[in-house]
Write a protein that binds this ligand. Structure first.
Ligand SMILES: C[S@@+](CC[C@H](N)C(=O)[O-])C[C@H]1O[C@@H](n2cnc3c(N)ncnc32)[C@H](O)[C@@H]1O
Length: 288
């Protein structure tokens, strides 16, 4: 569902230029409005033109129980237009700053927001400050994912915090399902939303040193086992196809090209329309 079709969202969120679906925005809005207690901060990791920021900040605005609201939504982005930006902002050249569009979008709720402009990995989280809502739409590489796991996850509040992984049911990001498998004893899966979100309640704290500084240090066998365990979806369906594509991406990043080819071919046979929908076209050796 497109944001404009939502009957739940405030009008300004319905009109936002965003990569999120109405259901994903509704999740952010209702978490900030109905569940947020104010015990921790709200992370908006990957703000783009401000759609997720607006959903979280209007939810906070409409939350009558939290008194201290200034700057509680921490928005992160590099704010540089890529090739996607043109689909949302007419004529914006690649490389231009998107910050003016973002600032206009969130203007009415800007007092609730602290903006961190630049690579998120250059903003270490102030250690003792708890995090209550962790929205992740910025884990686009192994390295960024490592940063998020090291800096943000240890600050989650057991029994209170929510983790939203926006790229869970999407190809190209194998580290996300691997991370959530690794954290299986720390979270309860709460549900999924179109387009690609899975979200979790944070249940148990991390012990110091429990997770590797770099996920890839787990080694190929463990990474493959965790990625295989994450594949629990109905074969041939959308979610299954996303995890299959993530397995292909993982094999390629591990140099396991034969396995990548075999998994990709099996996926195309079982779910050609979904592979097409995801426009998933990995760089594989040519075959007869
Ligand atoms: C899928 S978009 C976010 C969509 C947004 N949540 C919305 O509501 O439309 C991902 C964003 O992450 C940002 N990004 C990617 N890597 C980043 C990094 N290392 N540090 C900060 N921002 C980054 C991109 O600039 C992009 O705007």
């Amino acid at each position: 569902m497109r944001p404009a079709e939502s009957t739940l969202l405030p009008p300004e969120v319905r009109q936002a230029r965003t990569m999120l679906s109405a259901q994903e925005l509704e999740l952010l809005y209702t978490l900030a409005r109905d569940s947020y207690t104010g015990r921790g901060e709200i992370i908006d990791g990957g703000a783009f033109l401000g759609g997720s920021t607006l959903a979280l900040a209007t939810g906070l605005r409409d939350n009558p129980r939290v008194a201290e609201r200034a700057g509680r939504v921490h928005s992160y982005d590099i704010f540089v237009a890529d090739h996607f930006a043109r689909q949302f902002v007419d004529g914006v050249p690649e490389g231009a700053s998107t910050r003016p569009v973002y600032d206009r979008t969130i203007a009415d709720v800007a007092s609730f927001v602290t903006v961190h402009e630049g690579d998120i990995a250059t903003f270490p989280w102030p250690e003792p400050t708890p995090i209550e809502i962790l929205f992740i739409d910025v884990a686009k590489s192994w390295e960024t994912n490592d940063f998020l796991v090291a800096q943000f996850f240890p600050r989650l509040i057991p029994g209170v915090s929510t983790v939203i992984q926006q790229d869970y049911h999407w190809p190209h990001t194998p580290w996300i399902s691997i991370t959530m498998e690794l954290l299986a004893d720390h979270v309860t899966y709460m549900g999924s939303m179109p387009w690609a979100t899975a979200y979790y309640r944070w249940e148990r704290p991390l012990a110091p040193g429990e997770l590797p500084a770099r996920l890839r240090d787990l080694g190929a066998d463990r990474l493959r086992a965790l990625a295989a365990r994450a594949q629990r979806f109905e074969p041939g369906g959308r979610e299954w196809t996303a995890q299959q594509c993530n397995l292909v991406s993982l094999c390629l990043s591990l140099g396991q090209v034969d396995d990548a080819v075999a998994i990709f071919d099996a996926t195309v046979s079982a779910a050609p329309a979904w592979v097409d929908y995801f426009k998933y076209a990995p760089a594989l050796p040519a075959r007869a």
